[in-house]
Design a protein around this ligand. Sequence first.
Ligand code: PMP
Length: 679
Amino acid sequence: MKTVAIVQARMGSSRLPGKVMKAVAGHRLIDLLLRRLRQAQTVDEIVLATTEMSLDDQLVNHVAKQGIRVVRGSESDVLSRYLKAVNETGATTVIRITGDCPFVMPDLVDELVSVFHASEEGLQYLSNIDPPTYPDGLDIEVFTAESLHRAGREAHDSYDREHVTPFLRREDGILRDVIRLDRDLSALRLTVDEPDDLIMVEAVMGALAPNLDFNLEALFALYDEQPMLFTVNSAIVRNEGANMSNGQKLWKRAKRVIPGGNMLLSKRAEMFLPDRWPAYFKRTDGCRVWDMDGTELIDAGFMGIGTNTLGYSHAEVDGAVMEVVRNGNMCTLNAPEEVLLAERLVEINSPWAEMVRFARSGGEANAIAIRIGRAASGRDGVAICGYHGWHDWYLSANLADDANLDGHLLPGLNPRGVPRNLAGNTMPFMYNDFAALEKLVATDKIGVIKMEVVRNVEPTDDFLQKVRALADANGIVLIFDECTSGFRETFGGLYKKYGVEPDMAVYGKTIGNGYAVTAVVGRGSVMEAAQSTFISSTFWTERIGSVAALKTLEVMEREESWTQITDTGNDYRTRLREVADSHDVEVVIGGLPSLTTWFVQGENVAGYKTLVTQEMLKRGFLAPPAFYASLAHTPMVLDRTFEALDEVLGIVADCKAERQSLERILEGPICHTGFNRLN
Ligand code: PMP
């Protein structure tokens, strides 16, 4: 008979990396745990079970120095780690302790082990967690090595293997019991998963210092006297980690160190599926994505928010980029490919365009175009229609009147931090409202008109031709922002489809198939104005962008990708309508065919958006109600997407007809819409 306490711990914890080696009250968490556990009288040996990853070497060395046996095994199959420890120690009874519980109670361990051994019926599993009455972090499970062996043979589910004991707690034929406290303290958190937990440990340990060997009674007495000490971390949900994806854990961490969590509103998890969106990727291929849990998903949604019309990880584009990585991306000298790319873009935009400037994001390319346009026209006033980025010149449109940018893709954009005295320089007009634009121009202040060629509605009454004529008559520089629309319906700008040429066009998104490169192309007479001002930045010169764009343009031209993605987008729309009709669900479809967005008509649009996203995710798709087509979206991918959408729209129909409750089906909060500040 040998009773062995196996402590599972690792450095790579996803919510608080390195937590077991973090110091509180002058001691590392793992040392506090081991020190306290050593006082249990019923434990014959303590073993640390960790992973084989080199990240854990530090922990292994630290613990081994204290004479503790260490067993190393799989990171995700923790059950097999336990079995290895059982085999190496010859344990007959196992005590499971997790490394994030520095308050482990030796008296409680002894109580459970004694009850376990004294049981006449031959208990195989005893814990104080099922149901929990003890605080989270005082969890103790005792079981026979034999039943662990059985779990090792019969539990195949990855959840069971990662969490070691679900099989023992669930399976028939295993004699179980539970120790309960005479009051319910299960809401109290004495475990360490998040930074707030460390503050709690510090506070509690501090209050009990210098006695680090306090027992259960002393701890509860402190709780009764000073409950506030224990509450800094009370918002964290018990066992949240077990039910949270690795992506969500990282997203939670991100929001602590990155305001808003990331750099692009349209990639925030809350925009799709709060608490459930996978949030991060490990790998991509075509339209397939592997998330942080290694789950393979099909991106039938935003495809990098419109960057990858050729598909993700395109072999030819990536191959060209690898070559750059081998030969050098950055240098004191310039990258020759930027000249070739400029010539290529002039050719694609002939006959009107003669010169090009490059940047790395759409917003900055737009800012460059505005600077050049203002310099060329000699006037500050800008009339805008559409979304053009985050810079001061654009957001200043919201200074005069907070509603000014409503209807321009992101209503409610907050211009705080944009100098007040920029008010009145950038003025919006609505698409197809030529009279409104004429009115702005009549002020004699407008030097630049910047607009998206088409966003959601087609031009009516020769709108684009009239805008062109108005600009010509008033010496105004006309800029088409083709960041999103470029190369989606023509080999170049959407303007080609309508036969109206601008003075400048801005390209972004698609031209590097996922690599950062954007461009401003323009008439020579206008572009020369760049020389009368200062526009310059180090990373606008890096080589990867130019090389990626040259290769992307080559592949796009060869494959006539704009035709293919438009056909695919139209196919998607037709099928969406058919499936929606078959379920009697009304959907509203918008955008260019290759940039399709849609929503379920009626009340609670955001609720149904969340439902579609949630149910599609369960079926293996990153698919909020939108479809940005790429060459990787083959007919087979579309077939699979619609098999899933058919089921999902069936659920939508059930909710609409009140056969099911939307609120009950939703497994988390409803997604954010527009610009919501994240907490
Ligand atoms: N202009 C348009 C028309 C866009 O669609 C976008 C991006 N959605 C931008 C500018 C801004 O580009 P970026 O996010 O790369 O700065």
